[in-house]
Ligand binder design. Structure first.
Ligand SMILES: *Cc1c(COP(=O)(O)O)cnc(C)c1O
Length: 382
């Protein structure tokens, strides 16, 4: 027998009370029962996004909402700035190009956050730009981007801010309205602790005005249609009903814990993980601006086959973590610490990492990483 654990930045583990919801008989969506359910979900999503705007629910993964953001707000030839800090930032560039936009891409060294000066220089030399497209947390490198600074520059130059908050919303404090974000996006299989299949997108008044002027073709992801349906507690097409029932429960859990407490828990788990990594003599990729969602760790030179770390953890010990993607494949591994995750998930993950590093020939003094984790918890006020 081998018990399994999931420490990946999406999908994240499902709480037991959410799993049981998916065994219910299906509910029909054009009914008062569904409308009542959806009305509650609408309120919960506003709380999660910290916005007064409606949050639209789409039946797609997170990328669907990214696609919708581009197709609903822009027209062919529009110039936008994309911040490419890794695989997900690169996705903004790809989507923009596919729709015939003209993206000016700022490509960062993997593990680095954008420097506000660097962004401002690019904005200044591209005065005809419409928007900045970025990630609040770049999951592929474990970097937290400076969202308030990005918003400040956008405001100064009258640009829209389009934020992929898929591993940020519900992970750390990212108040959409207070920061002045024009578009904020998340997905179900991340901090919301439900399976993949739902994405979420909210627009500011300014972004809704852009929607009116956009000339790109859109049909399934027409946000205007969704907004009209939402005003009647409905969706334009058949919603992913079971996932929305799970969402109701997950939003309740977040409300009960309190958003700020959720953020404090994630921060503690992230600090414990980083302390363990340092105690084991390993290096964090995003050491200057680490994301509270996920910690990316450089594979030490003693281990030649970097992919063996996540493979051994999963196949030998039952702990699934993420490896690196594209140019970072085999060079990093990533430990996630958000969603349905608490102190003992981290303790387990780090103990498994110690065994694995030892198996692969990296010198480990057993308990050093775990000790750092426990010390972090003992010293915390939570
Ligand atoms: C998970 C993730 C996405 C969305 O990926 P999907 O596979 O479409 O759900 C986008 N951006 C970031 C930052 C992510 O972490």
């Amino acid at each position: 027998m081998k018990k399994t654990y999931l420490l990946t930045p999406g999908p994240t583990p499902l709480p037991e009370n959410i799993i049981s919801i998916f065994a219910r008989p299906i509910l029909h969506h054009r009914t008062p029962q569904f409308q009542a359910l959806f009305e509650g979900v609408k309120t919960g999503l506003k709380y999660l996004f910290q916005t007064k705007q409606d949050v639209i629910v789409l039946a797609s993964t997170g990328t669907g909402a990214m696609d919708a953001a581009v197709s609903n707000l822009f027209s062919k030839g529009d110039k936008v700035i994309t911040i490419n800090g890794g695989k997900f930032g690169e996705r903004w560039t790809k989507i923009s190009k596919n729709y015939g936009l003209n993206p000016i891409e700022i490509k960062l060294v993997p593990g680095n956050a954008i420097e506000p000066n660097q962004l401002e220089t690019t904005v200044r030399s591209n005065t005809d730009t419409k928007a900045i497209l970025f990630q609040a947390s770049e999951t592929s490198t474990g970097v937290k981007m400076p969202t308030p600074e990005i918003c400040k520059i956008a405001k100064e130059y009258n640009l829209l801010t389009i934020c992929d908050a898929i591993t940020a919303c519900g992970v750390f404090d990212l108040p959409m309205d207070a920061f002045g974000l024009d578009v904020m996006i998340t997905g179900s299989q991340k901090a919301l602790m439900i399976p993949p299949g739902l994405s979420f997108i909210a627009l500011s008044d300014k972004a809704w005005a852009m929607r009116e002027r956009s000339e790109l073709p859109k049909f399934y992801f027409d946000l205007d249609k969704e907004r009209k349906a939402l005003s009647k507690n409905q969706t334009a097409w058949t919603p992913a009903i079971s996932l929305i029932q799970g969402l109701e429960e997950s939003l309740k859990m977040i409300k009960e814990e309190g958003l700020q407490n959720v953020f404090a828990r994630h921060d503690l788990l992230a600090r414990a993980t980083r302390n363990a990594i340092q105690a084991l003599g390993l290096e964090i990729l995003a050491s200057k601006s680490p994301s509270p969602a996920v910690t990316a760790v450089k594979v030490p030179p003693q281990i030649k086959d970097g992919k063996a770390i996540p493979k051994t953890m999963r196949d030998k010990y039952g702990v699934t973590i993420a490896g690196g993607q594209d140019e970072l494949e085999g060079k990093i591994f990533r430990l996630s610490h958000f969603g349905y995750c608490d102190r003992f998930d981290i303790t387990t993950g780090i103990s498994c990492l110690e065994l694995t590093l030892n198996d692969l020939g990296y010198p480990v003094e057993f308990g050093k990483g775990v000790g750092a984790v426990l010390k972090t918890f003992a010293n915390a006020k939570l």
